[in-house]
Structures are given as C-alpha cells and as structure tokens.
Design a protein around this ligand. Sequence first.
Ligand code: AGP
Length: 386
Amino acid sequence: NSIMKGGYDHYMQKEINEQPDSVLQTMRGRVKFDQKPKAMDPSWDPYHEKRITLGGLVDRISTIRSGRRIMFIACGTSFHACLACRQTMEELAELPVSLELASDLLDRRAPIFRDDMCVFVSQSGETADTLKALEYAKERGALCIGVTNTVGSAIARSTHCGVHINAGCEIGVASTKAYTSQMVALTMMGLALSEDSIRLRSKRNSIIDALGVLPDQIREVLKLDAEMLSLAEQLKEEQSLLVFGRGYNYATALEAALKVKEVALMHSEGILAGEMKHGPLALVDELLPIIVIATRDRMYQKMLSVVQQLLARGARLIILCNSGDSEMKEICASGGSRLIKVPETVECLQPIINIVPLQLLSYHLTVLRGYNVDQPRNLAKSVTVS
Ligand code: AGP
C-alpha cells in the first residue's frame, strides 16, 4: 500500500505532489513550444512556430468555431476547472461560453440546439449527472466533446470527440491533479481554436511559453508545503474559513473552499469578491479567517481595494499574492496578515499555480483534524447515481 502511495502518507498528498509531472503529461506531444526555423526550409511558417495539436479534435476545429456557443457541462471540481477557463475560452475562441452544472441543466431542461458545442468535463468519465446531461445534449443534436481522465469511460465513449487529460489515475476522493490537468487541457483547446487568428498570435505565444515553464513553477510552489502545514496548525480549530477571489481566480476560491469542506470537514465558502458588499461583508470581524487571492492580473487593483476594506474592518487575512509584490507587503505590514507568495505566470494560467498551496492547506488541515484524507465520510470518488 505504501508503495502504491509512492512513499507518501496519503494518495491525496501523492497526487498533489505529482502535479509538475501530470500537467506535463497533459501537454506531452500536443504543445510544440518552439520550432526553430530550419535554414533553407521553405515550409517553415513563422506564423505557426508555436502550435497545439489535439489529436481528438483536429477534424472538429472548424465545426466548433462555426458553432453558436460553447457550453461547458460538469460537476464539482470539474465544473470549477470550466469556470477557471471560461474567460480564456471566450478570449481565444471568441464565441459565447456558457457554464452548466450538469444536475441544474437537467433540472431546468435548459435549451440546447444543434449548433451548440457542448464540452463535458469529468475526471472519472462516469459521473451520472454529467452522463445524463450528455445524453440530453446528444438527443438535441449538439456536438458533444469529452474532456476526461479515463480512457474507455462512459463519457469518453459516448461523446463525438474529445481530449484525454492524461493526468494518470487519481485515487484520492478529493480531485487535485485532475483539476490542474483539466485547466491545462481546456487552455490548450482554446489555443487550438484560435490558431488561425493573427490578432491573437502574440497572446497565444505568451500562453504557450508559459505552459512550457508551468511544471517548474508548480515544483516551486510545492515548496510551500511546510508553510501550509504551519498555516493549517493555526487554522485547525476554526469553524469556518472564507476564500475571496474574482476574475480568473473566482474558480480558485470555490475550489479551495470545496477542498476544505470536502476533506477537512470545515465549513468554507468561496466568494466572488465583487459580491462582497452585497452580503458577505457582514460576516467580517477580527475572528473569522479569510483567504484573499490577489495575484497580479487585471483584477489586482480591485483586489487591493478589497484587502484594504477588509483590513479596515480588522479582518484576519491570509493573502495569496505573487512573490515580489512589495505593494501588498507594504499594505499588510502593520496588520497581522499572513502572505502566501507564489510564482507569477500569464493570468489565464495563474489559477493553476494558485490552487496548489490551497490543496496543501486542505490536506494538512485534514490530517491535523484527524479525518480520513482519501475517503472523506459520505463521499464516493465517482458519483454514479443522481
Ligand atoms: C472533487 O474533489 C470532488 N470529489 C467532486 O466534486 C468531483 O469533482 C465531482 O464529483 C465530479 O467528478 P468527475 O470529475 O469524475 O465527473
């Protein structure tokens, strides 16, 4: 058993630590980082020096591009991966993107049309609600695309085409490495859909360059393990933990909160920071711990102001920011806020880096609180009944 866990105490811990490699596996053979111009090679095309090839989608790219919208359909953590990549997909594919929790789509019997491109994201490929939503979409004539981690799974078999995320077998009930690989796969899908756009070329190239160094950056952020253990020591007796994020990192807030509630059995809520004044602010006092995700992206100035408003109310903050963020350091200098410093990447990939210390935090909280890490009470790895 301990051999299966690769020397780690739990599968969740092993799977968190595998992420430098699992995201690399997701990209392997699909991302061409740099194709240097071969002198005298007339076929070299400077516009396509960085390319994404998704074998399962190559024949469908133009169909997807001509669709009326892209609909992401998933449950739980897989849904959060879709949420994290929605903006990337909107910006790269330049199509309307909608998100559906599979159960809610079915409850509402939401309209789906023949020219909808439905993307079903599922680690196991066996989740009953996602599978039923897939049947529902197929009956309505939509193109159904699967993004799964399990070759031969029901969703992989029933979709018209798709992408395997190749993260390797995930055993811990709490999804960790599948989440980061799903985000990499969906980003690659966005890149593949925008390959012909000259206007987006420099943006695409910077995302592809950032994908190249992502495994090393995850390796770097995993070094925060001891710091997350000490933070978990500080938080282990708490009743509740809030997580604020916005933009690309709203998903990070929801996912971090799901991890904390699912395995550490602590109440936790992910909150869209833009909604703070519409209710959640009433909860803020000197006692309730709040994690604020404030890495440098388009939302940074807004997050700085959120931090200032929370500090003005004496809030107990844990701020996740980029290493070398002196502005944040200065703002927090006087209060007792704790900073979690993570490496910087392009904004659409930052959620992949940001979730890692929060996965570690939820892992350590679970161990310190004495709960079952790999099999939390009442939960199953794949939810095959609805
Ligand atoms: C994640 O930690 C959960 N165990 C759960 O939310 C899970 O992501 C959800 O049940 C969907 O599973 P799937 O990705 O296998 O479809």
